[in-house]
Design a protein around this ligand. Sequence first.
Ligand code: ATP
Ligand code: MG
Length: 779
Amino acid sequence: DQHRAPDYLSGLNPEQREAVETLDGPVLVLAGAGTGKTRVLTTRIAHILSTGRAYPSQILAVTFTNKAAREMKERIGVLVGAAVEGMPWMGTFHSIGVKLLRRHAELVGLKSSFTILDTDDVVRLIKQIIQAEGIDDKRWPAKQFAQMIDGWKNKGFGPADIPEGDARSFANGMGRELYAAYQARLMTLNACDFGDLLLHPIRMFRAHPDVLKEYHDKFRYILVDEYQDTNTAQYMWLRLLAQRPHSRKNPSPTPPHKGEGQTSSRATAGDHRGSVNTGSGDFAQEERQESPSPLWGGVGEGKPPQINICCVGDDDQSIYGWRGAEVDNILRFEKDFPGAKVIKLERNYRSTEHILGAAAHLIAHNEGRLGKTLFTDRTDPDDDKVQVHAAWDSEEEARAVGEEIEQLQRQQHSLNDMAILVRASFQMREFEDRFVTLGLNYRVIGGPRFYERLEIRDALAYFRLVCQPADDLAFERIVNTPKRGLGDTTVRSLHDYARGRNIPMLAAAADLIETDEMKAKPRKSLFDVVTMFKRWQGLLETTPHTELAETILEESGYTDMWKNDKSAEAPGRLENLKELIRSMEAFESMRGFLEHIALVMDAEQNEDLDAVSIMTLHSAKGLEFETVFLPGWEEGLFPHQRALDEGGRSGLEEERRLAYVGLTRAKRRCHIWFVANRRIHGLWQSTLPSRFLDELPVTHVDVAETDQSYGGYNRGGYGQSRFDKQEPFANAYSTPGWKRAQAHKTDATRDNWGSRSGVGIERIGYGESGPRARTIDGE
Ligand code: ATP
Ligand code: MG
C-alpha cells in the first residue's frame, strides 16, 4: 500500500526519506553533524528488512565502534518490531575482517585459530627482528618502525608495494626487508596485527575470485557510517566487495529467490569444496536460521542481485588523518560508483542554535571544505549560549566541572546525559580523581584502559598461551613472571632452539627439558612450566573458562606474586585480576573472550549505572549528550603541539575538525574550559588560551564569570587579540590561586621556566617566546 508509509519512515524529512528509500544503486549521504546520517542508515536497514529485500545476513554494515554496532542493532529491532540478533555482518572494519579471516585463514596461509597482536606485542616483535638483523634498535626504534608498518598497511601496501623512498628511510635502506621479515614472523607465529585484518582479506579476495564471488552473491546491501574516516585499505576492501567485475561470462544472474530458497543445495556446494575450507558453506546455515521469521519471507523476489552500497559521512568530521584516513574517499565515491545518488541533509536535529552556530563559525576557518549548510529549528530563547570558563590549573578545572555536574544533578539531570571530552587521555586522570572524591559515578570510554594494565596483560598472556601454544610473545612475557630463575640466558637459548627448528618456544621448552643441555635448576623450572601448560590446555575444553582462568593464575604462582608484593599498588592489582575474571563471565569461552579483548576499542563498563562519561574527542564521534564539557582548550594541548609543530595547514585543520566534533556532540549545553597552568609530565607549564576560542562567534558564546579571583582573567580572556590579554593575567599573579600554583613548583621547574622564557615568570604565557606546553601525550 503506497499511501500508508510504515511508522519508521513517517518521522523523516524528505531528504532523509529519499536516502532511506533509494535502495537500488549507490548512495552517498554527505551532511553535517547531527543531521541524522546514522539514523538514515538504521532506518534504511529496517526498510530493507521489512520490505523483504534481504535477509539480515545479506546486509554488510560497517560502524565506527563495536558499541555503535550494538546500538544500531537495538534500534533496528525497535523499528521493525523484531529482534535483529542475527545481523552477523554488522560491526567495525576490524571485527568484520576477523570474521572473514577466521573463515578463510588457510587461503592466506594462517590457521583459523590465529592470534591478533596488540600494539605492545607488535613493538616487541619488531624489536626482536631489528636486533636479529644486527641493527641498533636505539638508533632505529621498534616503535617508530611499527608506526611505519601501520601506515603502509593503511595504504594497502605489502612489503613489495612500499615506495622506494619509504623503504630507504629506515635503518639505512632495510625498511623493506624488515617489513618482509616481520610478516614472515607473523606467519610462523600464526598471528596477525590490526592492519592484516584488512589486508589479508583483500589479498584473499584478489587471489580467489571464486570466494569473492560468493560474497558478491551474498551481500545485497553494504552500508558504511563515518565514511569520511575510511583509509585506503578500507576503501579497497569496500570496493572489492561492492563492485562485481564487469566482464562476467554469464550476464544473466540467478534470480535471488532461487538461491535463497534452496538453502540445502547451497549447503552442499559448501560441503563438497573439499580440503580447502573456504568456510562459506555456513552461509546457507546463516540464512536458514533466520528464514522462519515471516518478516523476511519473500526476500529478493524478482530483483536482480545488485550490490547496493550506501555510505554516509561528513568531511568536516574527518579526524583520523593521522591514522591514514583519506577524506578524498568521499570524492572518489562518485567516480568509482557511477550514477551514485548524492544526498545532502541540512537540518540538524541535535543541537541548539547557539551550539550549532558556534560550531559552524569555528569550522568555517578551515579551507578546502566541501562546504554545507546547517540549520536547526531549536531556537528557544532560554537556551544557554556556549560557555567559556577559565581556571587557574587543571585541578581547579576538574573541581569546577565537578561542581557544575553536581549542580545539574541537583536539577534532576541524569549523569548519563553528561560527557567530558578531552583532547589527550592524560587529562582524564584529574577528572577521575575528582569524581572519586565527590562520589560521582563516571565511566571512561576508550581511554587507557583496564585491559592495558600490567597485571592484566600478564594474565592475558597466560590465557593466550593456553589457547594458542605458538604465541611466543605471550610465552616470553610470562616464562619468568613470577620469577622462576629462567633468566635471559635460558630465554635466549630457547629462542635459538625454536628459531633453528622453526617451532614455537613452548614446544622448544618441552624438547629442551629432555636433553642435558640445560642446568638442573632451570631445567626443573622449565619442566614445571611445560607441565602446567599441558595440564591447562587439557582443561580448556572441559572446565568452565572462568574457573580455568582462576586455576591458571593460582597454579602459576601469579596471584601469589602480588600477594607477597608489599608495594602500594599490589592490592589494587589483585582487585583488577579478580575483576578480569568477572569480566570473562559474559563470554562463552576463553577464546571468545580473548578475541573480544583484542578488539575492544570501547572498554566495557557497567552500562546500567548512571554515570558521567569521560573519553577522548576521537572516541566521541557519532555520540550525543545533553551536556558536554570540553576542558583543556589551550595552545599546545588543543590544538595539539604535534599539529603546531608540523607547521602546515592540514594538522591544524584536523585539530579544528576535532573541535567541531566536540562542540557538535552537545544537544543543550556546552562548556569549554581553559587553564593558565598545566602540569605535564610533572612539570608546570603556563599556557595560552586556544586559538579556537578566538574563532568562536561572540553572538553564541558567553564568557562565564567563575571565581572572583580570576575575574580579570575572564574579562580579557576571550574575543580580543592575544596581546590584549596580557593585562588581566598580570592581575591574576596576585591571587591566591597563583600563589598556590607557585607553591607546587620545585626550584628545578622554576629554573626551567626562567631559562625557557628567557625573562622570568613575568612573561609566562605571553611573550612570543614564552614557555608553553610542548610535550603532551597523544591519545
Ligand atoms: P554525526 O555526524 O554526529 O554522526 P548524524 O548525522 O549521524 O550525526 P544522528 O546521530 O543520526 O546524526 O542524529 C542526530 C540526532 O537527531 C539523533 O538524536 C536523532 O535521533 C535525531 N534525528 C535525526 N533525524 C531526525 C528526524 N527526522 N526527526 C527527529 N529527530 C531526528
Ligand atoms: Mg552519526
